[in-house]
Design a protein around this ligand. Structure first.
Ligand code: FES
Length: 112
């Protein structure tokens, strides 16, 4: 399989339920990465864009978190409802600006 044009790294780290930092798996990221993989296949883009599980991206408090490369942006507070929009943008080489918390497209969602 060739190197992909684009990668979506989805944090699926899980901490104990009472851990103060929380974790992305507690916020549904395991289901998010499954749906994202399926969304890319449905768009015929699996050879172009790869969704991968990742360990902690150090964005725990604002998870579920995804990093998109090569755009080098981080998405925060991602839910299952955002997956189709993320897949559509990745296939086009774009980003979902409303979800960006860090990177060139950040709109200040990292606070709170
Ligand atoms: S647990 Fe997902 S970014 Fe840390």
């Amino acid at each position: 399989m060739p190197h992909r044009e684009r990668y979506l790294f989805v944090c699926t780290n899980r901490r104990a339920d009472d851990h103060p930092k929380g974790s992305c798996a507690q916020k549904g990221s395991e289901e998010i990465v499954k749906k994202l993989k399926a969304a890319l296949v449905a768009r015929g883009a699996a050879a172009q864009v790869r969704a991968c599980t990742a360990s902690c991206l150090d964005l725990c408090e604002i998870g579920a978190s995804i990093v998109q490369e090569p755009e080098h942006v981080a998405y925060g507070r991602v839910t299952l409802a955002d997956v189709d929009e993320i897949a559509d943008a990745a296939v086009k080489g774009e980003v979902v600006e409303r979800l960006v918390v860090f990177g060139p497209h950040a709109a200040g969602r990292a606070e709170g």
